[in-house]
Structures are given as C-alpha cells and as structure tokens.
Ligand binder design. Structure first.
Ligand code: KG4
Ligand code: ZN
Length: 334
C-alpha cells in the first residue's frame, strides 16, 4: 500500500474540523472548532449561522492543523473534504477551501461521504475484516450498513423518521436540557433507580429499519400528562425508559443483521456511539454472542476531520479522485 499524507476538512454541520492523516492510520493533527455554544440558545443548529461560523474559522483551522502536524504543505499527497450529506451552506465552506488548496498545491481532491467517514473512524484504531456491519447512530443518521468489501456500502436498514440523536435532542429539549441533549439524557439515565415503561418500535418482523418518532411522542405525552395532573416528573426514570427503549431496538436489530449477513465484526459509529448505555449493552451482547465489536474512541465518534481523512485515504490508494467541479451533496447517498 502507498504511503500518503492527507489533509482532510469536515464542515457538514456545526463543527469546523481539519486533520492531517499519515498512511490512513496516524492522526498527526485533528483540530475541531465547535459552534455548539452559538447554537445552544436556539435549541438546535441554525444553518445560516453555521455557514458564517465556518467561514470565520476555516483558514485558522487549516493553519493550525498543518502547524500541529509538524508537516509542510509541500509534504501533502491529497486534500479530502466532506461532500455530503449535511447542510449545503456549511458543506460549501469546506469544499471551497479544499478546492482552493488542491488547485494551489496541484494535489488530487477527494470528496468523501460523511457516513463513510463515521464508519472508517474505526480504521484509525482497528483492523477491519470484511464483510462487516456498521451501526451508524448520529444526529442525522440511524443506519445499518453492510460493507462487503473495502469501500462498498450497502444500506440494509435506516430510520423511517427521526435519527436516534435527533430523538435524544428532542426529548432533552422537552425536559429543558441544553443542546445537544444526548449526553444529558445519558447522564440522567445512568443515575435513575427505575425506568418508565415506554414502547419499542420493532416494525415488521424482517425489517432492519428503525423508527423513533412514536417513542418521542410517548415521552412528550408522559411529560404533558404529568404536568396536567400537577405531579412532579421523575425525569431520570423517563430518561432511562427512553434510553432503554432505544438501546434494546438498536442492539437487537444490529445483532440480527450481523448474523443474517455473516458479518465478521460489528462497527459502532457516529455521535450517539458516545452513549455509555449503548456501548455497555452492545459490548455485553457481542461478548455473549462472540461477535467482535469495534468502537472508535469518544473523540472520533462525534464529527471530526480525522475520520474523513481515514475514509479518503482508501479512495486515494485506489486512485479515486474527484474533479475540481465537485458539488456539495446535501442528501448524498452512500
Ligand atoms: O455524529 P455527530 O457528532 O453529528 C452528526 O453527524 O449528527 O452526532 C451528534 C449527535 C447529537 O444528536 C448528540 O445529542 C448525540 O450525537 N450524542 C449522544 C451522546 N453524545 C452525543 N447521544 C446520546 N448519548 C450520548 N452520550
Ligand atoms: Zn456526523
């Protein structure tokens, strides 16, 4: 395999991140500027503000990533960038920066799928064995993806409504917890002494799809009814009930998919992979069933450019370059 130095840029949502990756494995730098505080008072990401914030910091992030890597621009082999899916205005900022670098340095440009990035974050710390199954859980995605070979992605299940992280954030918001709410619900659930009984959306018996909007509505109904009765809400029990419902369905479907497709490994990735309850439940289930489980370290689970560099490295090795008229793909399919 060729050795290479890739500078990767990720601006699909509310994190501006630039990384320098050597040989697809070594993270020389992975700088991340989070806009969370800016969006917090709106209770979610405001697309227009996200684009402007990316513009403000992108050049500095590129300079920092290069400086921290100890490398020089002339050492680079390629420029990688998230092409989609994501917020179109946010994606464009990263794409323009990447094209400018590629053109100025006369380097190949490699457009990368954001979810391929989340999946290949695992490659930075583990060796993948094919076929493997990826459970992608983030603020925008809930998917089961079969990788038959390197770079071949087959979506076998997806959410029919809310993404799991989105459901976490909405439930947290209705409990008046700050954005992003996932970590707060996770913490509340971990201190609960009991769990409220809430529904599980299994869908059709043979389906690998997910649905979280019914569960979210059930949570809202509990909150409203408690308020109407003038009772105090056991928020921890509600959080734990919600989390248990989410986890049970995710774990069950992921393991059924692993068995059905003969996957050699299960990869957990995306922002919700930071959830302690989910990690613990998957770990014990996979141990019991003898399924190797790969989870990236926490910092590589949420949006970052190192994961984009990891996915782009594989494309670079195969000579799969993008042209300089690469377009942002807000609803890019894998
Ligand atoms: O992958 P990510 O950083 O961005 C997207 O591509 O969406 O994921 C962000 C999502 C948010 O919805 C956030 O609430 C959720 O990941 N999240 C968590 C936890 N940490 C982050 N959800 C549940 N438990 C957590 N510990
Ligand atoms: Zn993401």
């Amino acid at each position: 395999s060729k050795s290479g130095l890739i500078l990767a840029i990720e601006t699909s949502c509310d994190e501006t991140s630039v990384a320098v990756i050597q040989d697809g494995k070594h993270i020389l730098s992975n700088v991340i500027s989070s806009q969370i505080e800016v969006h917090q008072r709106f209770g979610g990401v405001v697309p227009e503000i996200a684009s402007r914030k990316h513009v403000e910091v992108i050049t500095l992030m590129i300079e920092q990533a290069i400086a921290e890597s100890g490398m020089k621009l002339k050492d680079l082999s390629a420029i990688a960038v998230t092409q989609g899916p994501g917020l179109v205005g946010a994606l464009l900022v990263g794409i323009v920066a990447a094209k400018t670098l590629a053109m100025a340095l006369d380097l190949p440009l490699i457009g990368t799928h954001h979810i391929a990035g989340h999946i290949y974050a695992n490659q930075l710390v583990h060796e993948l064995e094919y076929p493997c199954m990826a459970l992608v859980v983030s603020g925008g995605h809930t998917e089961l993806v079969l990788l038959e070979n390197e770079g071949s992605f087959r979506m076998i299940g997806r959410t029919r409504d809310d993404a799991v992280g989105e459901a976490y954030d909405k439930v947290a918001r209705s409990l008046k917890l700050p954005y992003p709410g996932g970590p707060h619900i996770d913490r509340l659930a971990s201190v609960a002494s009991e769990a409220l009984a809430l529904p599980r959306a299994w869908l059709e018996a043979d389906s690998y799809d997910f649905s979280f909007s019914g569960l979210k509505s059930a949570v809202l109904a509990v909150i409203n009814q408690t308020q109407m009765r003038g009772d105090t809400l056991n928020e921890a029990a509600l959080a734990r009930g919600f989390q248990e419902s989410v986890i049970e369905v995710l774990v069950e479907k992921a393991l059924r998919a692993v068995r059905a497709y003969g996957a050699k490994q299960l990869l957990l990735c995306g922002g919700v992979a930071a959830n302690r309850g989910l990690r613990a439940a998957l770990t014990s289930r996979c141990e019991a069933e003898g399924v190797p489980l790969l989870i990236p370290p926490l910092t590589l689970c949420t949006d970052n450019a190192a994961m984009i560099g990891a996915a782009a490295f594989l494309k670079w090795q195969r000579g799969e370059y993008s042209s300089l008229d690469l377009k942002a793909e807000p609803s890019f399919s894998l």
